[in-house]
Design a binder for this molecule. Sequence first.
Ligand SMILES: Nc1ncnc2c1ncn2[C@@H]1O[C@H](COP(=O)(O)OP(=O)(O)OP(=O)(O)O)[C@@H](O)[C@H]1O
Ligand SMILES: O=P(O)(O)OC[C@H]1O[C@H](OP(=O)(O)OP(=O)(O)O)[C@H](O)[C@@H]1O
Length: 209
Amino acid sequence: MDYITLALAKGRTAKDTFKLLETAGIYFNDFHEKSRKLVFYNDDQSLKLIFVKAVDVPTYVEKGAADIGIVGKDNILEAQADVYEMLDLKLGKCKFVVAGKYPESDPEKKRNLTIASKYPTIAKKHFEKKGTSIETVKLNGAVELAPLIGLSDMIVDIVETGNTIDENGLTIFEEIESISTRLIVNKASFATKSASINLFINNLKSALE
Ligand SMILES: Nc1ncnc2c1ncn2[C@@H]1O[C@H](COP(=O)(O)OP(=O)(O)OP(=O)(O)O)[C@@H](O)[C@H]1O
Ligand SMILES: O=P(O)(O)OC[C@H]1O[C@H](OP(=O)(O)OP(=O)(O)O)[C@H](O)[C@@H]1O
C-alpha cells in the first residue's frame, strides 16, 4: 500500500476531526494538544499527518505537498483550489452570511458597496452574481467590527450560533451558503494512490454512519 500525507486544519475543528479519525480506527498516538510538533504518524505508519493552519490546507493539497486535506468548505471556496472534494465530514457546521447595520446598510443598493471579510473572493463572487460591484476590505478576524466603525457597509462572514452578530447589533441580510468540514484530495494523488485513498475515505464514511 502507498503511504499518504494528510493535511489537517488546526483550530476549532481539530478535536472533532481526531475523534472521527479514532472512530475510523486511525490513531496518532504521539499527538497531544500541547505539542509543538507539526508532523505525526499513525500506528502502522501508513499515514503521515501534517498539522497546519486551516487557511493553508487547500494549498498543501492542491500543490501535492499533501495527498488529502481535512478543512472547512469556507477555506476551500476562498482558495478556489483545484482539488477533488470527496466527503462531507459534517463537523464545524456554520453558514456564510451577508450582515450589516439595519437599516443603514442596504444590500439591494447598487452603489459601490464596501464589504469587509476574511473571505474577499467569496464576497466578490456573491455580489457579482447579483450584478453589484463591491470593494472588499480583507480582515483577519473581528470582522463584525467593520460596519460598526465605518470601515465597511457590510460584512461577509461565518455565523454559527448568531451570538457575535447579535451582541454587536448587526442584522443578517442574506444567507449565502452552508459550510462544514470537507475531505479534499489532490488530483494526481487520486490517480496514483487510489487504493490507499479509497480505503481511507471508506473508513471515514463508515465512521460517519
Ligand atoms: N463560529 C464557528 N462555528 C463553527 N465553525 C466555525 C466557526 N467559525 C469557523 N468555523 C469553521 O471552523 C474552521 C476553523 O475555524 P478557526 O476559527 O479555528 O480557524 P481560523 O479562522 O483559521 O483560525 P484563526 O482565527 O486562528 O486564524 C473554519 O474554517 C470554519 O470552517
Ligand atoms: O455565530 P457565532 O457562534 O457567534 O460564530 C461566529 C463567529 O465565529 C467566527 O469567528 P472566530 O471565533 O473564529 O473569531 P475571529 O473573529 O477571530 O475570526 C466568525 O468569524 C464569527 O465572528
